[in-house]
Design a protein around this ligand. Structure first.
Ligand code: FRU
Length: 424
């Protein structure tokens, strides 16, 4: 297997590299890039379901959009099973942690609405049972297409396989609430190709998911970001000088870091409707650094491309580490080169005293960052925890050049609209 630069040598653009040297600059608990402590007495949005990845309704330019004054979010959602014998421990108590950890296998898309951009009211499932072709409805993006309320929901149909799909429906409002209608025909768009993006056959732990379509503010064309891994058999990747970067003496040993091969993928639409897509080489690779760059998304600000992606401590390679949270990169043009924000890439991480308090951060163009509560310790030692499965407090962040700064904290799940569309 070739190094990243050799592999993508003849392609239209060179992927930017998140290097091991960049990642060595990660500093956990820097207050300017650390999410404030989430208190263990957080409120729960809904006690019947767990929610995690949150996807605000938006337009193709990235603006969070309300309709007729109603804010709308989509969430990955799974039932809670407090009375299911399968989730009771030896003492007959509900093992919520096991139920929570199993949620990915039964993830479904739900929606919620609100007049205030918080205190979300339960809407229900977006697609009826049986509409989505696979067991799991994983993350993606709901796009409001026009003032007739048409919505394209891009998401990932997982198990078997992992296919980026879309389904079209309509948002309907009344003075009492919001409903989703249609969403009956799921259209497969594309899967990993094994050439640029790793397939399941090449690596059983491959990632290929989380579509984020957008209109490029400069060329006006329709593109899509997604999460992938760099193609090639598991274990065959090379962590060479380019992937290592400029490290101090004594940091050349990369251990088993060839197993970490995350990338941020990009595709371009061949048609105006986004029904026909062509995959392009990744925008960013993290070979030798990290195995997951999930839910990639952009903020377009000051003529720059701010690329954000979420990642975990446990997916870092040997010899590098960082907190669970959102990482970011900036470029002057869509295809890069991308430079890690704050030197390291770390933008908003969990504090080391509560390493799993939040995840799946989504940076909105107004600088607000939403995420969900995973688990928060309830005692000094961190052995007792309270499982979340609900919205975390929103964080306010300033993006300035190549740096970011935490500047505010807001209410749980506060996702205010940036514009309102009156439906015709
Ligand atoms: C992020 C994530 C996404 C995926 C979903 C699965 O939290 O791992 O990448 O679509 O959750 O539950």
């Amino acid at each position: 297997m070739k190094t990243t630069t050799e592999k993508f040598g003849a392609t239209p653009h060179q992927p930017s590299l998140w290097t091991r040297a960049d990642a060595l600059k990660v500093r956990a608990d820097d207050p300017t890039t650390t999410q404030p402590l989430v208190s263990a007495d957080f409120p729960v949005l809904n006690n019947d379901v767990f929610i995690w990845d949150t996807m605000p309704l938006r337009d193709l330019d990235g603006n969070v959009t309300s309709v007729d004054g109603w804010s709308v979010i989509f969430t990955l959602t799974a039932d809670r099973h407090p009375n299911d014998p399968q989730y009771l421990d030896e003492d007959g108590n509900y093992d919520i942690l096991r139920d929570w950890n199993d949620r990915h296998g039964r993830a479904k898309m739900y929606y919620w609405f609100s007049r205030t951009g918080k205190n979300w009211e339960f809407g229900g499932r977006v697609m009826a049972e049986g509409v989505s072709p696979t067991a799991r409805e994983w993350a993606g993006t709901p796009i409001l297409l026009n003032d007739r309320g048409e919505v394209d929901l891009y998401y990932t149909a997982v198990t078997p396989g992992a296919t980026i799909v879309k389904v079209r429906g309509r948002v309907v409002t009344t003075e009492h609430g919001v409903s989703m209608v249609g969403f009956e025909k799921v259209k497969p768009l594309f899967e990993a190709d094994g050439n640029m993006y790793q397939t399941e056959a090449q690596n059983a732990f491959w990632g290929f998911r989380d579509p984020w379509p957008f209109r490029d503010p400069n060329d006006g064309k329709l593109y899509m970001l997604f999460e992938g891994n760099v193609a090639g058999e598991r274990g065959s990747h090379t962590v060479g000088e380019a992937e290592i970067g400029d490290v101090p003496p004594g940091y050349e040993d990369v251990g088993n870091s060839r197993f970490q091969t995350a990338c941020v993928g990009i595709a371009v639409a061949r048609d105006a409707d986004g029904d026909d897509w062509e995959m392009l080489p990744p925008l960013l690779t993290a070979v030798g650094v990290n195995d997951q760059t999930e839910r990639p998304h952009f903020v377009f600000q000051d003529g720059k491309y701010y690329l954000f992606t979420i990642s975990h401590t446990f997916t870092y390679a040997d010899g590098v580490t960082g907190p669970d949270g959102v990482y970011g990169f900036v470029a002057d043009s869509l295809f890069g080169p991308y430079v890690p924000l704050n030197g390291s890439g770390l933008v908003l991480g969990n504090p080391s005293s509560q390493p799993f308090q939040t995840y799946s951060h989504y940076v909105m163009p107004n600088g607000l960052v939403t995420s969900f509560i995973d688990s928060v310790p309830t005692d000094e030692t961190g052995t007792q925890i309270r499982v979340g499965g609900t919205e975390a407090p929103t964080v306010g962040m300033k993006i300035k050049g190549q740096q970011t700064f935490v500047v505010a904290e807001y209410d749980y799940g506060y996702i205010p609209p940036m514009l309102d569309v009156t439906l015709k």
